[in-house]
Design a protein around this ligand. Structure first.
Ligand code: FES
Ligand code: FES
Length: 228
């Protein structure tokens, strides 16, 4: 059948439907008419059936979804707080999501997820990075998170200083503040209050605990072991 045949068939079918279109149905007898009561009952039944239908659809697509996920996963090895961790990750997974969702290290916080608040700060190779903007597959050097800071049950001097100086209120920004503060001291960028404020400006605290945070960093730097 060439294109002309197709157009003819199409035209015929349209013509056929037109030619055999049924007459408008007669109104049902009053006893069969849809009353408000029967309409509401049928609507309610549809409401009950809808979740079952949705579940059936979900069941139908789930295997395909998980197949796609498995097919695109890549092997990623991270060294986190001194431990080697092997993962299968979607290559788009951020370091923050790998830590929180795959390794259950939820100390690093997701504030903005856009590189603007510093709540997700961790150290990679001793350098502070925003883990929400870092792809896990791209990480080659050891990762340090707030969970690895205390040693043998003893708080890191920076953690202790934050406690001593009441350097938090809600605490949501605190893990990122502490990791950033540790790096700030190690970088040599904590010589005085002005410099600390400058080099800690990437870590926001919406509780505005800044004066206490600066005081904690000034106190901790003299107690920090020669930068490890
Ligand atoms: S969560 Fe990463 S910078 Fe805000
Ligand atoms: S202590 Fe609440 S955001 Fe910093």
């Amino acid at each position: 059948m060439d294109s002309n045949d197709l157009s003819t068939a199409s035209h015929d079918s349209v013509t056929h439907r037109t030619a055999t279109a049924p007459a408008a149905p007669a109104l049902p007898p009053a006893s069969q008419a849809v009353s408000r009561r029967t309409f509401l009952l049928s609507a309610g039944a549809a409401g009950v059936a809808a979740p079952a239908f949705a579940a059936a659809v979900s069941d139908a697509v789930s295997p395909m979804s998980s197949h796609r996920k498995a097919a695109t996963a890549v092997a990623v090895t991270l060294n986190v707080n001194g431990q080697t961790r092997n993962l299968w990750l979607d290559p788009r997974t951020t370091l923050l999501d790998a830590l929180r969702d795959h390794l259950q290290l939820t100390g690093s916080k997701k504030g903005c997820d856009h590189g603007q608040c510093g709540a997700c700060t961790v150290l990679v190779g001793g350098v502070r990075v925003l883990s929400c903007l870092t792809l896990a597959v791209a990480v080659r050097e050891p990762v340090s998170t707030i969970e690895g800071l205390a040693q043998a049950g003893t708080l890191h001097p920076m953690q202790q200083a934050f406690m001593d100086h009441d350097a938090f209120q809600c605490g949501y920004c605190t893990p990122g503040q502490i990791m950033s503060a540790v790096a700030c001291v190690k970088e040599g960028n904590a010589t005085d209050e002005r410099q600390i404020r400058e080099y800690m400006s990437g870590n926001l605290c919406r509780c505005a605990a800044y004066p206490h945070i600066v005081a904690a960093i000034l106190a901790a730097k003299s107690n920090m072991p020669s930068i490890s």
